[in-house]
Design a protein around this ligand. Structure first.
Ligand SMILES: [Zn+2]
Length: 236
């Protein structure tokens, strides 16, 4: 189900509001420096702002720690910088104004944030959200296509942030993908999808497993190599 994204501005950050009827109390999360708040359906906006205000110190600290621990991330998040999506580079365009999530407009990733350097990480947050959203759509589509070819029926597909892997599959047939894979070229994403789907047949990296991968994707070794060489450079 696709729900309209809802955002609320905190003190120097933007939080995504996720409404659900599965929880009774609000839950604030900061993952990879990205803030979200999961709340029960119908919780008034004023109450959400209140909760974020109360947790402001904690949120700011989490964002700070994320930046401290990711010095490799040398992006400036300014107009003109390029970001990869399915192997193609798209230029970022930063517009000043009321926060608006990233949109792909005429080949540019356009994001609107308020004026001021303290809002730079908002651009990062917005990009991560954009990537996650598109990763989910693309990967679900690819899983559907390749599941038929591999001859398996996964029980579910999700998106996760993994530190050092591209996907994982449970014994119950649920597959999770690292959303960052969506930055790599199309055939590399295909390989990761095929790889995980083949794990539904063989839960290991045995010769039988690799034979199955090869059957579906004869050129898979090049993809494996590509990931080894360039996979580390896939970040936003
Ligand atoms: Zn594997």
């Amino acid at each position: 189900m696709l729900v309209q994204a809802e955002y609320v501005e905190g003190n120097g950050f933007i939080a995504e509001v996720i409404r659900t009827n599965r929880i009774k109390t609000a839950d604030v999360r900061v993952e990879e420096g990205v803030v979200s708040i999961v709340v029960p359906n119908g919780l008034p906006d004023a109450r959400i702002s209140q909760i974020l205000k109360k947790k402001n110190e904690w949120i700011k600290n989490k964002i700070f720690l994320h930046r401290e621990h990711n010095p490799v991330n040398a992006k400036d998040y300014v107009s003109g910088e390029s970001f990869a999506y399915l192997g193609r580079n798209y230029r970022l365009k930063v517009v000043k104004g009321t926060f608006t999530p990233v949109k792909l407009v005429q080949g540019r990733l356009v994001v609107t944030v308020p004026q001021g350097s303290e809002y730079v990480h908002m651009i990062h947050n917005a990009l991560v959200r954009w990537y996650k959203h598109h990763a989910e759509l693309k990967l679900q589509e690819k899983v559907k296509r390749y599941a038929a070819v591999v001859g398996v029926d996964p029980s579910g597909v999700g998106i996760k942030t993994f530190k050092s892997r591209w996907g994982s599959c449970s014994t119950h047939g649920h597959i999770d993908f690292n959303w960052k894979i969506i930055m790599s070229p199309n055939h590399i994403v295909d390989y990761v999808v095929v790889h995980e789907l083949c794990h539904l047949k063989h839960h290991d990296h045995s010769p039988k497993f690799w034979k199955e991968v090869e059957r579906v994707m004869p050129g898979y070794l090049d993809c494996k190599e590509w990931l080894k060489k360039f996979g580390g450079g896939l970040w936003v």
